[in-house]
Design a protein around this ligand. Structure first.
Ligand code: TYD
Ligand code: MG
Length: 456
């Protein structure tokens, strides 16, 4: 009997199943399995010309020269910071992000910067025509004339050009548009993405070139076949940001050559992405201090503190059920804090609409923003503005208690640097810091205490 020629691959995690299922048993995603042709043996290695019966011999670990990986600094400081100093020859970087966030722009700027150091750059565009790429380059301040552009989606043809040109840096925009003959399924399918990436990665290792694969993330925030690609590449970078705002964050989710604690901050301008050395200053620039319903929080992205303004507006509910609208912060978190405020403090939110916004298009995921959010809501409800030199941070528990946050010292230092003189902090934590004459720490044990502090 003939063996089945198809498998069902999960578009979220890449796991394969012999039959269709409503839910992927590996990652739990619903309705994510698609039918695909079964991929024969790992074709990647043969195509690039690496013999599977490899001539490599085992080496004693102690005898390996500890030569630190050489790096090609791109010259874009925020990108180098996230990469851990620059691109490593022979490595593969996956740059993921939602459509329109600026991946191609970042890639082109990186290509230009690398080309400026007299390295050959090959930009493979599977999405845009060469003319469109030229148009984008024209918007950037410096048009890199020497970048080789190839509009191609067939991996085999790309590899041919690659062999001939022997570039130092290859950009694939995007990996989802690439297809290889080794797999029968359509471009963009899990098998195609995986095999194409495997081929390109093998070629990168062989040629000692650095490769950047650009990948779109799906609505749920995962790259198509992310786990499949994640183990294949050396570095996974996520480019995040709200398209309506200029602010962009570049995060390392995996980095074999550096820390994943670093984040890069950019701002999308008319002439491409600009690095932001001082994110706090960017976020505080438009702040109108003295208005009720605003509180500053020193957030931490990796090891990088940044001050962000949390805004709240409490208004009488006009129709029946009060509305709760949140931008930049999770609805569930806000609902929880509203319940805590309602039960543990005198702040009356019954039949009030509550709107919460994080200024500048930042997404807050840290519990350290709980206390400042409560303060902003209380401040708006009672129409009392926080003093302009006050910031706050602390996690709030269901009992209304204020809990510790990580790296309070970094947060306090950043707030002090930007001129904040008083900071509400969890009271269990204030003694862990040496006193700073320039910044007074106000320990609070509960939200009720913090709200009482607000009322003179
Ligand atoms: P793009 O890099 O094409 O995004 P992606 O490759 O992630 O889909 O660009 C995204 C947006 O950035 C686009 O809508 C226009 C804007 N943009 C600027 O604001 N300034 C610029 O200089 C450039 C090149 C683009
Ligand atoms: Mg693009």
């Amino acid at each position: 009997m003939a063996r089945t020629r198809t498998v069902y691959a999960c578009t979220a995690c890449g796991a394969q199943q012999p039959r269709w299922l409503g839910r992927c048993p590996d990652c739990g995603q619903w309705d994510s399995l698609v039918e695909e042709a079964r991929v024969p043996s790992p074709a990647a290695v043969d195509l690039v010309g690496i013999s599977p019966a490899g001539a490599e011999k085992p080496v004693a670990l102690g005898e390996i020269e500890p030569a630190g990986a050489p790096r090609w600094a791109t010259g874009i400081s925020e990108l180098d910071r996230v990469l851990g100093g620059g691109l490593v020859p022979g490595s593969v970087v996956l740059l993921g992000g939602e459509p329109g966030v600026g991946k191609s722009t970042l890639a082109l700027q990186a290509a230009a910067a690398i080309q400026a150091t007299r390295r050959t750059v090959l930009y493979v565009s599977g999405e845009e025509s060469a003319e469109q790429l030229r148009l984008r380059a024209d918007r950037l301040r410096e048009v890199p004339p020497g970048i080789r552009v190839l509009t191609e989606t067939r991996v085999e043809s790309i590899l041919e050009v690659w062999r001939e040109l022997a570039p130092d840096f290859v950009l694939i925009d995007s990996i989802q548009t690439m297809r290889t003959q080794a797999v029968e399924s359509a471009a963009g399918s899990v098998a195609q993405v995986r095999e194409s990436a495997a081929l390109l990665a093998a070629m990168a290792k062989r040629q000692g070139a650095a490769v950047a694969l650009i990948g779109h993330v799906t609505k749920e925030g995962s790259l198509a076949g992310p786990r499949v690609l994640e183990h294949l590449v050396d570095v996974v970078l996520a480019f995040e940001g709200d398209r309506a705002h200029a602010f962009r964050l570049l995060r390392a989710q995996k980095n074999r050559f550096g820390s994943t604690q670093e984040v890069g901050v950019f701002s999308m301008a008319a002439q491409g992405l600009e690095v932001v050395d001082n994110p706090s200053e960017l976020f505080l620039a438009e702040r109108s201090s003295g208005a009720p319903g605003s509180c500053i929080v020193p957030l931490l992205e990796g090891t990088r503190p940044m001050l962000v303004e949390i805004q709240a507006l409490v208004a009488p509910a006009t129709y029946g059920v009060p509305r709760r609208t949140c931008i930049g912060i999770e609805d569930g978190r806000v609902a929880l804090l509203l319940a805590v405020l309602d039960r543990r403090t005198p702040v009356d939110l019954l039949s009030r609409d509550v709107f919460v916004n994080v200024a500048g298009g930042v997404r807050v995921g840290e519990p350290a923003a709980d206390l400042p959010l409560c303060l902003a809501i209380a401040s708006s409800r009672d129409d009392i503005a926080l003093p302009p030199d006050v910031a706050a941070c602390g996690e709030v528990g269901l009992g209304g208690e204020v809990r510790r946050v990580s790296r309070l010292d970094l947060r306090v230092r950043e707030a002090a640097r930007l001129g904040f003189r008083r900071i509400l902090v969890p009271d269990a934590q204030d003694d862990s810091l040496t006193t700073r004459p320039e910044c007074e720490l106000i320990p609070v044990s509960s939200v009720a205490r913090a709200v009482a502090w607000l009322h003179p």
